[in-house]
Design a protein around this ligand. Structure first.
Ligand code: ZN
Length: 240
């Protein structure tokens, strides 16, 4: 159903794919998103099964109403869930799982080993251009006093430059502002994210180069338009 990349037993980092769920086509099968037109009972069941596999309490899975913004919220178990109108959530609360939902956009998960704080970001082209990643690093520094260069960051499966040709209007903007990340008409979002992280001194970057548009075990908006969403999930694990 996906793969994990956690550093140690006190952290969960996981990226799901589209396998091992109960949803029917075109959402088959492990669609984690309620907003895409799938049967909500199937989505609920998929979330419960995923949580069971990952040993997460389903009532402590926090998701976002993602809007391609650079809005980031600090969340806790008392927050309204899903978190309205944002594309990034941060917490230092143990056993609270942060979920980012994607189908081509880049899921980014952040972990501070020293301050025990985490973040989950939805970084599409809009988020990369609006610098949601640098904003998250600054918020983690301000809110949790983390040492930014000590952070670990996972860049999950997403559409890669092989498949990400952009249209004329976006291309003109990218040529003016992000020209070094273009190859012809194709934009390299991961390269932008890695550049932004490196500017802040982050060295521990775990980059999954899987292209969601090439690899059919993932949901891809560009390939299928009407489709489900996979999840990037991060949680601080503590025995209660
Ligand atoms: Zn591709």
């Amino acid at each position: 159903m996906g793969r994990g990349g956690a550093l140690d037993a006190s952290l969960l980092v996981y990226f799901t794919n589209r396998t091992n769920g109960v949803s029917h086509p075109p959402y088959s099968s492990n669609n984690l998103a309620f907003h895409v037109g799938d049967n909500p009972l199937h989505v609920k069941q998929n979330r419960i099964l995923t949580c069971k596999d990952l040993k997460i309490d389903p009532s402590r899975l926090i998701s976002m109403d993602q809007i391609h913004s650079a809005n980031i919220k600090i969340v806790s178990s008392s927050s309204t869930n899903p978190i309205p109108e944002c594309d990034g959530i941060l917490t230092n609360e143990p056993n609270l799982a942060l979920l980012v939902q994607t189908a081509d956009c880049t899921p980014v998960l952040i972990y501070s080993p020293d301050k025990r704080a985490i973040g989950a970001l939805h970084v599409g082209r809009a988020g990369a251009f609006k610098k949601i990643v640098p904003k998250a690093l600054e918020m983690m520094q301000n809110e949790f006093n983390v040492l930014v260069p000590s952070l670990h960051v996972w860049i999950g499966p997403a559409i890669q430059k092989c498949c990400y040709e952009i249209d004329k209007e976006v291309l003109e903007y990218a040529k003016r502002n992000f020209s070094s990340f273009l190859e012809g008409k194709r934009l390299d979002i991961a390269k932008i994210i890695i550049h932004q992280l490196t500017q802040y001194g982050v060295q521990n970057i775990h980059y999954d180069k899987t292209c969601t548009s090439c690899d059919k075990s993932y949901f891809s908006y560009r390939r299928e338009k009407t489709t489900g969403r996979q999840g990037g999930i991060i949680m601080l694990k503590e025995d209660l």
